[in-house]
Structure formats: structure tokens, C-alpha cells
Design a binder for this molecule. Structure first.
Ligand code: GLN
Length: 538
């Protein structure tokens, strides 16, 4: 079968969970045996979200091939287990850059370069994944960021309109809107949806399917109203009610026949509804995992989305360990020597978060010291690992003023230093060491046990600084072991203190490769340690 293209746009308001719907649909099509990928088109001008403040766009997700991307790619990977790549995350900035570079090379032979057709052609080429070699896909799901009516997403809409015209039934358009409940009138309102669909139609796109986000159940009469106002079949008006967990969404979509409706539109026989046994087994576990384990997330961004993949990794590892990981965000900026005890006591484990720059650093160091001194399970990720290393230098090795060169370039003990190849880089965007690299584990280390004894793993990175190997002997002599090392570059990837319960720091980001069906082994092992410690304390 030739590849089919599904486009998902959003209307009325943002934050409706388009990414979750896209990921859920990917899951449902996969369950029917189709080969699927999901891509995100973002209308902003940044080339990638790598330089964006997490307050603006939440976490920056990193693909195995080293692209800094939108956090929705994390949902796509967690739901479907697919590996996304740099082709799965495209911004207006990247589109324009490609066109402008081509113009400068003289490829357009004197033509006037315009939004239509040059920008839209570039968008279409990428939406169809023309540059991706050797890929055989049944479905490409494309989620467009932002809400309909945004000036900046107009070229994406125009590209979708053209593709629809060119490819006919091989294209399906889904529009996600919101049905608000007006409490004073005790009524659910479809007007915003009607307007939103009109706006889409005004751009020449007739949605095939409308998904309604709602906090209350919508009855058939309401769905009928939307169907008739929006020119869609009743079976193509799907509701997406608030559910206890985002992982319930695929099942809810399947129950209402979202995937079946798509197949019918395209003209593929619908066949039996897939059982999705392992997904249901996971949901069952989730339902039963009610005992809480309290984990502190020590970071500086007090925003759900800023550490999305870490939160989800903890959540998933909790479920597979039959507990509910109750995450307590602790702002590292507010941690002082006087209050660290009070802030962190009662926690069964600590995660020290990744990050950049000075703000909140000393709080992370205090948290690492607290965990080490009280033998509380502690997981440092990237900057978190680096702060474990700095803490150990200052308080165990007696290297006063030790620091990361990122935080204090003048430090007398740069136990974390800039990587050699980073020293000549002057541009900020897209110049970190990103993506998957190998790591060799020391047999019998706790980290190696977590990975069930395998010797070599590959994990994703995003950093400029590294453990300074000049200090390696001192650390190992004093009890902090470098148990994971990149075999090619000799870069320290994992440190641990074996005499403690669970004290591990990773230079890489394991959170990017947890999925619903395969929770990450380090998070699994960490949560297990938290449960044991929490239970022993209680
Ligand atoms: N800022 C640190 C570095 O560049 C850590 C980065 C991170 O936590 N992702 O090495």
C-alpha cells in the first residue's frame, strides 16, 4: 500500500493535548500492524527548541540521532516505541533556512522566492518525507503546532490543503477542538468548535474527523450538532474526555473507533479491533499501583512540562514496580544549609535534575550532600550528576571551591570541565554533544546490575561539560567510582558510590528512552531502591 498521510491540527485554545492524540493514534495504527511514524511541525522561527527557555516550551527532547526537539516527540516515542529522528521535528525556521540557503546558492535561477510556492513546496516535501531514505511507512502522522488562525501557521495549512488536493483519499485531516462547559448556564458549548472548523474550511481544509476535548461527557445530541455544523459524519465526531491518565487515551480513542474511521475514509478494510494486550496489562498495573512512594525532583523549573520525560520515566518505573511515584518538585533555588533537612526529609528518593547555568546550583549541591550523608537513594542526571561530582570534591576530597567550569570558569578545581571539542565553538544553537553514544559498564556495579549485566549500552546526551579525568583516581580512591565510560572517548558517563544504597549519576539522559512498554532500567532500579528505603524508614 502507498503511504497515507494524517494531519492533526488544533483549534480554539492550545494545550489540548494534540501530542497525546497523535501519539495515541500512532499506537492504534501500530496495533493494527501498520508501520507508522509521527512528526511535529512547529510554526516558530527558531531552528529547533534547543535554545528555548523551558518556561516557553517545556523540556527539550533529544532524539537518538541528536536532534533537539519539541517535547511531543517524547510522547510519540513513549507511546509507540518508535525512534524519531531529526526528520520528525521541523520548524518554520528550518524551512526558511533551507529555502534561503538554496536562494543564496543560486538554485532558483533568478526567480522571485515566495511563501507560495517555494516555502509551501519545501513544507510539502518534508511532510512527505522525500529526503528520508529507505523508509517504508504505511502512515505518516503529522501534528501541526499552534492553533488554527495563527498567522505563522498559515503556510503549513496551505501545504496541507495542497497535499489533500493532490493525494485525495491518501490524506486524512483531523481537527482537535475544545468544548467548554459554562458552569453558570450548566451547558456545554459547541460554538467555538463551529468557528474553528469554519476557519479551517476557510483555508480550504475540510476536516474528516473532529476530536472534541472536554471535561464532561458529551451526549449524542451534542455530537450530532457538531457533525451537522461541521460537515462530518457522526462516527467521525470523537470525544476526548479528561481521563485519569494520558495512557488511557488510546483505549478511549479505540473504543470510539478513531482508527476505524480513518481506515474507512482511506478505503482500507477495517477488520477486527486489535486486543492491545500488553497495553491493557500496563493499564491494569497502573490502576493497581496506588501505594505512594515519595520522590523529590530537585530542579529549578517549577513547571510540569519542564522535566516531562523524567516525570514520565518515574511514573512508568513506579507502575512497573507496583507503586505510584508521587513526585514533589523542590526548587533548588530555595534550598539552604538551614532548610535542606526540612525540605528533603520524608522523601524515599531524590532526583537531581539536568540544567544549565548558575541559578539553583548550590541547592542541587546541598541536596546531593544530604542524600550522600543520609544514604537516601539519589539519581543525578546530567547537570545533576555533575553536581554530585562537585559535592564529592568539596566535601570528601577536600577540594574547596571545586566547581564545574560552566558555573565558575575560575575555579581552582574544575572537576567538571568543558569538553575539548566544545572549546572552539562560539555559536549556542545546535552545538552541544547530543544524541546516542555508547557507554561501557563496569561489571558488578550497581548501574550494570540495573541493566541486567549487559556490558554496553547506548544512551542519549545533551551537554558541553564532562567529568575531568585528571581527578578520576582521587574519586575512585575515595569511594566514588566511574562505572560507565564511553569506550571511544574515555568520557565518564556514570558515577556511583557503591557503599551507599543507590547513589548514581549519569552524564547521559536515560529519561529520553523510557517507553510505556519498556520502562528504563535505571529508573526501574532507582524506584526499587526508593521503595526499599521508604519501607525501611516507615
Ligand atoms: N550544563 C551542563 C552541560 O552542558 C549539563 C547539561 C544538561 O544537564 N543537559 O554539560
Amino acid at each position: 500500500m502507498n503511504t497515507k498521510y494524517i494531519f492533526i491540527t488544533g483549534g480554539v485554545v492550545s494545550s489540548l493535548g494534540k501530542g497525546i492524540i497523535s501519539a495515541s493514534l500512532g499506537k492504534l495504527l501500530q496495533a493494527r500492524g501498520f508501520k507508522v511514524t509521527i512528526q511535529k511541525y512547529d510554526p516558530y522561527i527558531n531552528i529547533d527548541p534547543g535554545t528555548l527557555n523551558p518556561y516557553e516550551h517545556g523540556e527539550c527532547y533529544v532524539t537518538a540521532d541528536g536532534m533537539e526537539t519539541d517535547l511531543d516527540l517524547g510522547h510519540y516515542e513513549r507511546f509507540t516505541g518508535i525512534h524519531t529522528t531529526r526528520d520528525n521535528s521541523v520548524t518554520t525556521g528550518r524551512i526558511y533556512k533551507a529555502v534561503i540557503d538554496r536562494e543564496r546558492r543560486g538554485d532558483y535561477l533568478g526567480k522571485t522566492i515566495q511563501v507560495v510556492p517555494h516555502i509551501t513546496d519545501e513544507i510539502k516535501r518534508r511532510m512527505l518525507r522525500k529526503d528520508v531514505e529507505g523508509e517504508q511507512l504505511d502512515f505518516v502522522i503529522t501534528e501541526v503546532g499552534g492553533t488554527i488562525g495563527d498567522i505563522e501557521s498559515a503556510p503549513f495549512m496551505e501545504a496541507i490543503r495542497q497535499l489533500r488536493w493532490q493525494l485525495g483519499r491518501d490524506v486524512v485531516c483531523i481537527h482537535l477542538t475544545y468544548v467548554p462547559y459554562i458552569r453558570a448556564a450548566e451547558e456545554l458549548k459547541t460554538k467555538p468548535t463551529q468557528h474553528s472548523v469554519k476557519e479551517l474550511q476557510g483555508m480550504g481544509i475540510q476536516p474528516d474527523i473532529v476530536v472534541l476535548r472536554t471535561e464532561c461527557h458529551l451526549d449524542d445530541a451534542l455530537r450530532m450538532k457538531v457533525a451537522s455544523f461541521c460537515n462530518v459524519d457522526l462516527e467521525c465526531v470523537i470525544q476526548s474526555e479528561d481521563l485519569p491518565s494520558i495512557y488511557d487515551v488510546p483505549v478511549n480513542m479505540q473504543k470510539q473507533g478513531l482508527d476505524a474511521a480513518i481506515l474507512r475514509k482511506i478505503g482500507i478494510p477495517v477488520g477486527e479491533t486489535p486486543a492491545m494486550a500488553s497495553w491493557h496489562a500496563f493499564l491494569e498495573k497502573q490502576k493497581n499501583a496506588t501505594r505512594e512512594v515519595h520522590v523529590a525532583l530537585v530542579g529549578k523549573y517549577d513547571l510540569q512540562d519542564a522535566y516531562k520525560s523524567i516525570r514520565e520515566s518515574l511514573n512508568l518505573a513506579g507502575i512497573y514496580n507496583d507503586v505510584k511515584a508521587k513526585i514533589h518538585f523542590i526548587n533548588s533555588e530555595g534550598i539552604t544549609p538551614e532548610n535542606v533537612e526540612e525540605r528533603l526529609s520524608g522523601m524515599a528518593g531524590l532526583v537531581i535534575c539536568p540544567g544549565f547555568g548558575q541559578r539553583g546550583i548550590e541547592g542541587k549541591i546541598l541536596a546531593a550532600a544530604y542524600a550522600r550523608a543520609h544514604d537516601v537513594p539519589c539519581f543525578g542526571i546530567c547537570l545533576g550528576m555533575q553536581m554530585m561530582v562537585v559535592e564529592f570534591a568539596r566535601n570528601v576530597l577536600g577540594l574547596s571551591g571545586a566547581n564545574s567550569a560552566e558555573i565558575d570558569p575560575e575555579t581552582p578545581h574544575n572537576v567538571i570541565d568543558m569538553m575539548e571539542e566544545q572549546k572552539k565553538i562560539t555559536q549556542m544553537g545546535g552545538t552541544m554533544r547530543p544524541g546516542a553514544y555508547p557507554c561501557r559498564l563496569r561489571p558488578d556495579s550497581r548501574a550494570s546490575q540495573a541493566y541486567s549485566g549487559v556490558e554496553d549500552v547506548r544512551e542519549r546526551h545533551r551537554h558541553r561539560y564532562e567529568f575531568n579525568n585528571r581527578y578520576r583516581k582521587d574519586y575512585e580512591g575515595a569511594g566514588m567510582q566511574c562505572v560507565g565510560v564511553n569506550p571511544d572517548a574515555d568520557l565518564v558517563e556514570i558515577v556511583e558510590i557503591p557503599r551507599l544504597r543507590w547513589y548514581i549519576g549519569t552524564q547521559f539522559h536515560p529519561e529520553y528512552s523510557s517507553t510505556v512498554l519498556h520502562p528504563h532500567p535505571l529508573f526501574m532500579s532507582f524506584i526499587k531502591a526508593c521503595i526499599e528505603y521508604g519501607t525501611a524508614e516507615a
